[in-house]
Design a protein around this ligand. Structure first.
Ligand SMILES: *Cc1c(COP(=O)(O)O)cnc(C)c1O
Length: 378
């Protein structure tokens, strides 16, 4: 039973992930400290090779400073910037939209499918057919695989290819999830992964990685991330500084082999929540048929969200909202970024009703049970 001394179940706990792997991580960090080489070295190269191999045959991976930069580097590597529109969703981490503007392009924000919270492919197909007036041509689309689940990108891949529109997957919340036979991140022209500490694959600080099957694009981006250097001190391209450091790469090498098990644990926790919610007033999240969900977040929806959140809090269960304000409603973007013809109506409704329950692989059985009994009592 809950009493005043029972600690709250946190919504996420990156410290628990470190403690669970302390020996291996400490050894990896000590190895880098002793090596005397801290940026773009053997650890980074090994992580890139291991990540590319994990993702799939023929993939090339380039490490960088964070997930936002991974998107910016892909856009720049593809030559997409000023004079181009990039379609994405408003229901995402602001980083997705910020990256488009950092590259100099114009974002176009589309609505979501209300069951899976991911881009409505029909709206994308309609803007490809009939581009919104007054905008530069659409050159790329960034579908976001949200909460651990694939966006419905199969219907858009063919039309995008025909129209010369690049598909850049934002896989920052879905490392290891699949759509059909394919791992997310292998379906489009390139893919960006944030490796922020709370992501399914996370570093102990900022980190990111991008992947593509296009070897030339990977090579160009590898130069762009370090001042445009292909050889030392000579900039063949106008680049930036967005490097992955050796400490983070070494930590990620400890964690990559454990990702599948960590995702399986997230799925088991999700199944326990499904059972606890069954027959109650709040429905479990929908799963896209033919896809695997890796539960970066377990998101429920309720018109009485604030009441549900308060009742869970009373039971010692922390929750979060991802995200409470759509990008197009945020002060820096409101009235300025163009929306698609659907006007982001479903996005706004979702932002009012969604709630993310605690989910992280190191949750103890006792913590899971505590959340389940709070859910069963809703
Ligand atoms: C976390 C996240 C990002 C940004 O990653 P950073 O590493 O914080 O730059 C981009 N897109 C999505 C969907 C994310 O969840």
């Amino acid at each position: 039973m809950m009493n005043a001394l029972t600690p709250t179940v946190p919504q996420a706990d990156p410290g628990a992930a470190y403690r669970a792997q302390k020996e291996e991580i400490d050894a990896a960090i000590a190895r880098v400290l002793a090596s005397g080489w801290y940026i773009l070295g053997e650890e980074g190269r090994a992580f890139e090779a291991e990540f590319a191999a994990w993702l799939g045959e023929g993939q090339h991976a380039v490490g960088c400073a964070n997930g936002t930069d991974a998107l910016v580097l892909i856009l720049r590597g593809l030559g997409i910037g000023p004079g181009a529109t990039v379609a994405t969703v408003s229901h995402t981490a602001v980083a997705t939209v910020a990256a488009i503007e950092m590259a100099g392009a114009t974002p176009l924000l589309l609505d979501i499918d209300p069951d899976t919270y991911t881009m409505d492919p029909d709206e994308l197909l309609s803007v490809l057919e009939e581009p919104p007036p007054g905008l530069p041509p659409i050159r790329a689309v960034i579908p976001v695989h949200l909460y651990g689940q694939a966006a419905d990108i199969r219907p858009i891949l063919g039309p995008c290819r025909e129209a010369g529109v690049k598909v850049i997957e934002d896989v920052s919340q879905a490392h290891g999830a699949t759509l059909g036979e394919a791992k997310l991140g292998t379906l489009g022209d390139a893919a960006a992964f944030s490796l922020y500490p709370t992501k399914n694959l996370g570093a102990l600080g900022d980190a990111g990685v991008l992947a593509t099957a296009d070897a030339e694009l990977a090579e160009r981006i590898a130069a762009l991330r370090q001042y445009g250097w292909k050889r030392r001190y000579v900039s063949d391209l106008v680049g930036v500084n967005s490097r992955l450091d050796e400490l983070q790469a070494a930590v990620l090498r400890v964690r990559l082999p454990r990702l599948e098990a960590a995702n399986a644990r997230r799925q088991a926790i999700a199944a326990a929540y499904d059972a606890a919610l069954s027959g109650g007033p709040v429905s479990p999240p929908m799963r896209r048929p033919g896809a695997t969900h890796v539960f970066h977040q377990y998101v429920v929806r309720s018109r009485e969200r604030e009441a549900v959140q308060a009742r869970l809090k009373e039971q010692g269960v922390a929750t979060a909202i991802h995200y409470p304000m759509p990008v197009h409603a945020q002060p820096a973007y409101a009235g300025r970024v163009p929306l698609g013809p659907a006007g982001c109506v479903e996005t706004e409704a979702a932002a009012r009703e969604i709630l993310s329950l605690p989910i992280f692989p190191e949750m103890t059985e006792e913590q899971v049970e505590r959340v389940c009994s709070a859910l069963a009592a809703l």
